[in-house]
Design a protein around this ligand. Structure first.
Ligand code: ADP
Length: 169
């Protein structure tokens, strides 16, 4: 039997699940780790109200960087991009929420930080495409693919934030 509208009011987690909870892979790139921006970048997503489900500091092997960016293999900047991503530790994160993929891309801003709007992570914290501090998946499908690529199963946590009823009606 379908649930009445009234029942939904008291089951926010159920309503959210019916509104397509997505997951996205966010990564603090090596330049931001070196510049001490890890906390600043994590807090942008945390304050917005998305749910963190995975988090680790990680030295990315070359093969993983190449697999992650395989769609860019033909680009002239590809070797430099792989050197950049493997140049030091990155912070790997999985975030979950309704609309999280597109919203995270907005919070991150344009690929070229000089074009990125003020208020976005790249707009506020970076000046060059080759050092643009953070990655975010560009579609729900890639969100799933990238989380599976960067995390092992036991590394992800399913939990209910205490603030959930104060974020979504
Ligand atoms: P985004 O990360 O905004 O989704 P893309 O998928 O187009 O952007 O590119 C992936 C990453 O490759 C960028 O974030 C950036 O680190 C790097 N990149 C893209 N274009 C260039 C470029 N012209 N020169 C150097 N690095 C680039």
């Amino acid at each position: 039997k379908t649930l009445s509208h009234k029942t939904h009011i008291f089951l926010p987690h159920l309503v959210a699940s019916m509104e397509q909870v997505e997951e996205t892979y966010i990564m603090v790139k090596p330049d931001a780790v070196q510049r001490g921006l890890v906390g600043e970048i994590i807090s942008r997503f945390e304050k917005k109200g998305f749910k963190l489900t995975g988090l680790k500091l990680f030295e990315c092997p070359k093969e993983l960087a190449e697999e992650h960016y395989k769609d860019l293999k033909s680009k002239s900047f590809f070797p430099k991009l792989i050197d950049y991503i493997t140049s030091g530790p990155v912070v790997c994160m999985a975030w979950e929420g309704v609309g999280v993929v597109a919203s995270a891309r907005k919070l991150i801003g344009s690929t070229d930080p000089l074009q990125a709007d003020p208020g976005t992570i790249r707009g506020d914290l970076a000046v060059q495409t080759g050092r643009n501090v953070v990655h975010g998946s560009d579609s729900p499908e890639n969100g799933k693919r990238e989380i599976a690529l960067w995390f092992k199963e036991g590394e992800l946590c399913q939990w209910t934030p205490a603030q959930a009823p104060w974020l979504r009606e």
